[in-house]
Design a protein around this ligand. Structure first.
Ligand code: F6R
Length: 251
């Protein structure tokens, strides 16, 4: 079932996303959560930190695994996704960092890196209780870019030009050359195994792709469209990103 939640703006959407994740932790303190990076969830992570500081949340038994990591970047690099997670969330709450997993960006052997992450996900997670996702301008989830088939397992992906440009604008001080051209990403198979999926989309640039993903055909050329087949998806966004047509789906 798809539930569409459309909030006024980014701040309200962030608070609503944090509320949902917090509810999951209250329901099951030792829950397993799939996490995303990028600009979209920053506000939700800040709100989770606020809840923790207010004594409303306990992360001590939570396990997390992230969708992706740039190939070639160590976790100490300030543009790595490990660094992003530490600085936006993990360093500010009482999570056991040994229970937070991110693909190993410094493993040069791509086949090994992907196999290792899949084994780790099977062993430590099994299936997420909730998976937080953003959506790329080309419909990617994780870094699963448009392709002629949905990629099931963790893979090493060549990032699309649009993704590299989007990332350079937001990160890497706008320097295209510095953005790694490859990344490790959790496959769509593991994402779909999650019991619940929370996909966030905010801002006018996401409006068209959200409509394509949720109102168009299910196709690997729009990877997020596969979520139409998942039994429990919350699409949470703001008025700029969620068109009337998409809102009508969740009513
Ligand atoms: C990041 C990730 C990506 C982003 C997507 C949207 O871990 O998995 O799929 O969610 O690129 O990025 P933003 O939020 O920066 O628009």
């Amino acid at each position: 079932m798809l539930q569409v939640v459309c909030k006024k703006d980014y701040e309200e959407a962030s608070r609503a996303a944090a509320d949902l994740i917090a509810a999951q932790i209250l329901l099951k303190p030792d829950c397993k959560i799939g996490l995303a990076t990028g600009s979209t969830p920053v506000g939700a992570y800040a709100e989770l930190v606020r809840k923790y500081e207010a004594g409303e949340l306990d992360f001590s038994k939570v396990t997390t695994a992230n969708l992706d990591e740039y190939k070639g970047l160590p976790g100490t690099h300030d543009q790595s996704y490990r660094y992003f997670m530490d600085s936006n969330l993990f360093d500010h709450v009482n999570i056991d960092k040994s229970r937070t997993f991110v693909p190993n960006g410094v493993e040069e052997d791509a086949v090994k890196a992907c196999k290792d992450y899949d084994e780790l996900l099977d062993r430590e997670i099994g299936a997420f209780d909730i998976q937080l996702l953003g959506i790329g301008g080309d419909g990617h989830i994780g870094f699963n870019e448009p392709a002629d088939a949905f990629c099931v397992n963790t893979q090493c992906i060549k990032l699309e030009e649009q993704t590299i440009r989007d990332n350079a604008r937001l990160f890497f001080n706008g320097n295209l050359d510095e953005v790694p051209k490859e990344a490790y990403t959790m496959g769509i198979g593991f994402i779909m195994r999650s019991r619940k999926i929370l996909i966030m989309a905010t801002g006018p640039k996401k409006r068209d792709i959200v409509e394509k993903a949720f109102c168009g055909p299910v196709t690997p050329w729009v990877p997020a469209s596969i979520l139409q087949l998942h039994p429990d998806v919350v699409l949470l966004g703001d008025e700029a990103a969620i068109s009337e047509k998409v809102r009508a789906l969740g009513k």
